[in-house]
Design a protein around this ligand. Structure first.
Ligand code: FOL
Length: 228
């Protein structure tokens, strides 16, 4: 049986926890920050613990996002390549379904974050058995590795209520920008969350992290883990 999925929030926020403005990001394009987002959400860690789980399926990460975040991604970049995309909307019937070249699949459209987790868990549920039975119908379907919740505020809030959400990758943007959408938790002041060491962050992301400045905007990468 497949191990339970855990969820990782990934976001960038200003000192006042601003994450969005008028349907887009509040800051000028930060290529190094977006590059980090892309690499981290794309990277599938090597299987170390349970090589017997190897089943020939392609292992991919998933990005779960709200409908407004989907709308905010430039059309040429969505679905986000190399990752399974899940869009949460209360009006799935109003969502234009389209699959495009380079995309792993989808996007998968669901009505809630909980439903997203259920659907992903179902994808992983049955292992291909010893005879390879079931292989024909599942070979094309990817095995879900890491699940990243990529926003926006409504979706982060919903995910934070789930016990499966045990990690937050937060890029602290050190400059302030005008924002109309905010993250709801001050992680440094919340006893539910503990900031990880730099080593812990580097181990999880596979990235060498250091403070960055781009276009006069300083930012640093951090990680928090749920402790309660
Ligand atoms: N987390 C972090 N750390 N930074 C972000 O900018 C961020 N943005 C979102 C969610 N979590 C984040 C949501 N907004 C793309 C655009 C907007 C977006 C998320 C992703 C996007 O187009 N990404 C492309 C790369 C684009 C490029 O190279 O410029 C991708 O393939 O990931």
């Amino acid at each position: 049986s497949a191990p339970p999925l855990s969820l990782t929030l990934i976001l960038a926020a200003t000192p006042s926890l601003g994450i969005g403005k008028a349907g887009t990001l509040p800051w000028p394009q930060l290529r190094k920050e977006m590059g980090y987002f892309k690499r981290v959400t794309m990277r599938v860690p090597p299987r170390t613990d349970a090589p017997e789980r190897e089943n020939g399926r392609k292992r991919v990460n998933t990005v779960v996002m709200g409908r407004k975040t989907w709308d905010s991604i430039p059309e040429r970049f969505r679905p986000l390549e190399g990752r399974l995309n899940v869009v949460v909307t209360r009006k799935p019937e109003a969502f234009p379904s389209a699959k495009k070249k380079g995309a792993v699949e989808g996007p998968i459209v669901v009505g809630s974050v909980t439903e997203a987790v259920e659907r992903l868990q179902a994808l992983n549920a049955q292992a291909v058995n010893a005879d390879g039975e079931g292989e024909e119908d599942r070979q094309g379907q990817p095995e879900v590795e890491r699940v990243f919740v990529i926003g926006g505020a409504t979706i982060y809030d919903a995910a934070l209520k789930l016990s499966q959400t045990d990690r937050v990758l937060l890029t602290k943007i050190e400059n302030e920008f005008e924002c109309d959408t905010f993250f709801s938790v001050e992680l440094d002041k919340d006893e539910t969350w503990k900031r990880s060491s730099r080593e812990g962050l580097e181990e999880f992301t596979g990235e060498k992290v250091e403070a960055v400045e781009e276009k006069g905007v300083r930012f640093e990468f951090g990680m928090y883990e749920r402790v309660k």
